[in-house]
Design a protein around this ligand. Structure first.
Ligand code: NAI
Length: 284
């Protein structure tokens, strides 16, 4: 795929992985919009990027209306968007049985509805123009592997993976590629998600566990550099690859997971010939 001259829209583009993507796409000659809820981060990002082909757009991805307005603003300024990065995300480090409805609404709003809004806003425009494009949704290794924490986050990331996979098949005939980005630990700001929790969803929040946030801040310093992730994303778009796994240390655990799943397909004698009788070919 040729990147030069294309317009890219990156949600959560002002920090972490999104900012790495912005840098990489600008280096490829794209025009880039970074859409983010943190206006001060947008200002800082524009300063570090220091490039005339980038613009910032304040946006809460959870809002459908705001998303459509942001898309209009960007397309008017930078031309039709054909590279969409649904990347904004927040995390909440607690188990599901320890969570409130406000916790669900917040995480589902950003991590799932944010991606839905990006897809529903841009995909019809891309299809109508008939010039192809690419959508990258940031999920996580947590879209495959999960422990007790963080439960709601994992739920949203599984959903993003499912949605991406379905889109992969429906958009292929339109020349629009889809990838799902599944990173492990990345050097980013995600440990500070509590800072941007909307006031209306704070009633059901537990008091911020500053010790845990401090620990996560420390851990995230050792994460992979966003620029490294971004280079892998560019390579994957170019090759039109669906899965983007950036962290090789998860390979064995993934193999264990799939081995467990395959082993659970048991051979019951009464099933012999069932698939042929119902004319089953493939589940996708
Ligand atoms: P980050 O916190 O550094 O960057 C995320 C950006 O999204 C921030 O600038 C934030 O202001 C923005 N954002 C949050 N809520 C928003 C909203 N409602 N509307 C618009 N912008 C919003 O974190 P990071 O790590 O770069 O996160 C990017 C994506 O990567 C997320 O989807 C996250 O779940 C995913 N991820 C991160 C991993 C990590 O270890 N950091 C690992 C796997 C996935």
């Amino acid at each position: 795929k040729d990147f030069a001259g294309r317009t890219a829209f990156i949600t959560g583009g002002a920090n972490g992985i999104g900012l790495g993507l912005a840098r990489a796409l600008l280096a490829e000659g794209c025009k880039v919009a970074i859409a983010d809820i943190r206006e001060e981060s947008i200002a800082a990002a524009l300063k570090t990027l220091d490039n005339q082909h980038v613009m910032g757009v304040p946006l809460d991805v959870a809002s459908r209306e705001a998303f459509a307005l942001a898309a209009d603003e960007v397309e008017e300024a930078l031309g039709p968007v054909s590279l969409v990065f649904n990347n904004a995300g927040v995390n909440l480090f607690q188990t599901i049985d320890d969570s409130s409805f406000d916790d669900w609404d917040w995480l589902l709003g950003v991590n799932l509805h944010g991606v839905i809004n990006g897809v529903m806003t841009f995909v019809p425009r891309m299809k109508a123009r008939g010039q192809g494009g690419h959508v990258v949704n940031t999920a996580s290794m947590a879209s495959f592997l999960c422990g007790p924490q963080p439960g709601i986050y994992t739920t949203t990331k599984f959903a993003v993976r499912g949605m991406s996979e379905s889109l992969r098949y429906s958009l292929a005939p339109h020349g629009i590629g889809v990838s799902v980005l599944c990173p492990g630990l990345v050097k980013s700001h995600i440990y500070a998600s509590d800072e941007i929790r909307p006031d209306g969803l704070k009633a059901g929040a537990k008091p911020v566990n500053t010790e845990m946030v401090g620990r996560l801040e420390h851990v995230h310093q050792f994460g992979m550099e966003p620029d490294v992730i971004a280079a892998r994303v560019i390579e994957a778009i170019r090759a039109n690859r669906f899965y983007i796994f950036s962290h090789p240390e998860f390979r064995d655990e993934m193999r264990e997971l799939f081995d467990e799943i395959i082993a659970e397909f048991r051979d019951y004698p009464e099933d012999a010939g069932f698939a042929q009788r119902i004319g089953f070919e493939k589940g996708r």
